[in-house]
Design a binder for this molecule. Structure first.
Ligand code: ACO
Length: 434
């Protein structure tokens, strides 16, 4: 791993008359970080709600330049990969650090697309049990956890090989789980994976092909889905990946960590925003109220309403992924669903929000979730399937992060707290005799 580049000097913290020298670590890109691990000896902790400015790990996988709105996987700009690579080649890049040569690519595809990677019969029984009212994210999390029962890779001695085998199984399983979840949502029979198709094509046909028919997804739709999978594949220490790493640090199983990450991704402030955006756009449409009414609500701190799909912890500029997704939405919707009124509303909402002082001063821009739901909707996915599609893409990053931890080693993750509860007191006599 290339980080840290080394010490970038030291910072001095003066506390109660004592100067505490703290080393400063310099990364290859981004802000230098003050190593505060020694301040506990001085009776101090760091208070950083939401971990807004805490580097908890070193990582060489992904870099987000929030000021410039750029995203790099292993040094490659994501928009270049999104336009030219296949999702599985990008997954390989994230996991192994380099783009695959043609033979490596073929071998990796063959492993991921191997029919026996997923225990079909057992998993089908699990999906038989899922009611229509269960959210597909809960189905994916449960089915992923169930893979622990079939994890013969857990017996591998080398921690890296173990993660690689589990990662291949996960990448293999998720399109199938997503297709099965779609069949529960639609109340239709399950499709069968067609291993002669590429990853995005198979995901589409698993979701849309009625068993027995030989209908195959069209190229433009499969290309759009491939692009979306790449754009969602990793985003350094976001909420779900941080969750995954925390679980990994305890020594729990890979599938349990991914299951936890899926649940973290589900939240509307994280990956669940893609579903929440479409619900918000629909609400705007149905209300017949002007956009200014909704902007007013978004500005009002007493109102829980937020402009979903806007704002980001790291990006203080237009998110590189959102730019590509916006263009794909414009191209695909014109082709598949020429008159989606929600796209019109989204475009106008973006325009007015970007001209609004509240959003300008806080540097709030559309994020990856603002236009992605428009594309999924145009393809024909119901809105509860949007976040599962995010899972399929993000799984590549999760494998890469778990592998990085397994090969580099890590301490158990255990943040501290600023205790603000009562100081020691005695239990009243009446309570002890009751
Ligand atoms: N609508 C209205 N106001 C917003 C929004 C929004 N979407 N996002 C941020 N703000 C405001 C905050 O109220 C805050 O205002 P203040 O300074 O007056 O208190 C300021 O902008 C800074 O926002 P924070 O909430 O401090 O930013 P944080 O980094 O904690 O949260 C988040 C980031 C969760 C993404 C937030 O912008 C948000 O809730 N966005 C809407 C949900 C969303 O789209 N999530 C998907 C993110 S991308 C992803 O995870 C895949």
């Amino acid at each position: 791993m290339g980080v840290p580049e080394g010490s970038a000097g030291a910072a001095t913290l003066r506390y109660e008359g004592t100067d505490i020298e703290l080393p400063v670590e310099r990364p290859t890109l981004g802000r230098s970080a003050v190593d505060i691990s020694g301040i506990g000896a001085h009776g101090l902790a760091v208070y950083d709600p939401g971990y807004a400015n805490t580097a908890a790990y070193q990582s060489a996988i992904t870099f987000v330049d929030g000021e410039a709105g750029r995203l790099y996987y292993r040094g490659y700009p994501v928009e270049q990969l999104a336009m030219s690579a296949s999702f599985l080649d990008v997954a390989y890049l994230l996991i192994y650090g380099e783009l695959p040569g043609s033979q490596q690519s073929e071998e990796f595809v063959a492993q991921v697309r191997a029919p026996k990677a997923v225990p079909h019969v057992a998993i089908e029984r699990l999906f038989d049990w899922f009611p229509e009212s269960m959210h597909p994210m809960a189905m994916l999390a449960t089915a992923t956890e169930a893979l622990t029962a079939y994890a013969e890779e857990d017996s591998a001695a080398d921690p890296g090989a173990k993660v690689e085998a589990a990662g291949v199984r996960l990448l293999s399983a998720l399109p199938i789980f997503t297709g099965y979840a779609m069949s529960v949502v639609r109340g239709l029979p399950r499709g069968r994976s067609n291993r002669s198709l590429d990853y995005a094509e198979d995901l589409l046909q698993l979701c849309f092909t009625i068993p027995g028919s030989d209908h195959l997804p069209d190229n433009a739709t499969a290309r759009a889905l491939n692009t979306l999978l790449i754009l969602h594949a990793d985003h350094e220490l976001n909420c779900s990946t941080a969750t995954l790493r925390l679980v990994a640090s305890s020594g729990a199983s890979f599938y349990s960590g991914v299951s936890a990450a899926i649940n973290a991704l589900w939240g509307p402030l994280h990956g669940g925003a893609n579903q929440a955006v479409i619900r918000m756009l629909q609400e705007i449409k149905d209300s017949g109220k002007p956009l200014s009414y909704f902007l007013e609500r978004a500005r009002d701190k007493m109102d829980p309403f937020r402009l979903m799909g806007f704002g980001h912890r790291v990006y203080k500029n237009y998110d590189a992924r959102a730019k590509v997704i916006r263009q794909v939405a414009l191209d695909l919707v014109e082709k598949l669903a020429p008159a989606d009124p929600l796209l019109e509303i989204a475009l106008r909402l973006e325009e007015v929000a970007l001209a609004d002082e509240y959003f300008i001063s806080r540097r709030l821009y559309p994020n990856v979730d603002f236009y992605s739901g428009i594309i999924y909707r145009a393809i024909g996915f119901p809105d509860e399937m949007f976040t599962p599609l995010f899972v399929v893409g993000r799984s590549a990053g999760w494998v890469a992060h778990w592998l990085e931890m397994a090969t580099e080693g890590s301490r158990i993750g255990r943040p501290t707290q600023l205790y603000v509860g009562p100081v020691e007191r005695s239990v009243p006599k009446a309570a002890t005799t009751a």
